[in-house]
Ligand binder design. Structure first.
Ligand SMILES: [Zn+2]
Length: 80
């Protein structure tokens, strides 16, 4: 159920990023061709090999804030 990078394409913009999407959404999309929604809010139908592209900075930031919410942050005094 971890978000995995997927590439956006074919929707008019020329950015080439791998966006983070829930894995079960990707599998559902592969079955019936429905678009997926990335963590950053981008909607598209995945199709290309995401390994060629850099990870979307916005997705990465959101993913890291989700994943790291309680490790070394938020303990003790909770100072920022
Ligand atoms: Zn993104």
């Amino acid at each position: 159920m971890e978000p995995t990078p997927q590439v956006s394409h074919g929707d008019g913009d020329h950015e080439r990023f791998a966006h983070y999407v829930q894995k079960d959404k990707i599998m559902a999309s592969a079955l019936d061709g429905t678009p997926v929604v990335a963590l950053c809010g981008k909607v598209w139908v995945p199709g290309r090999d995401p390994k060629k592209y850099p990870v979307c900075p916005m997705c990465k930031e959101i993913f890291e804030s989700m994943a790291g919410g309680g490790d070394d942050k938020g303990k003790g005094g909770d100072k920022k």
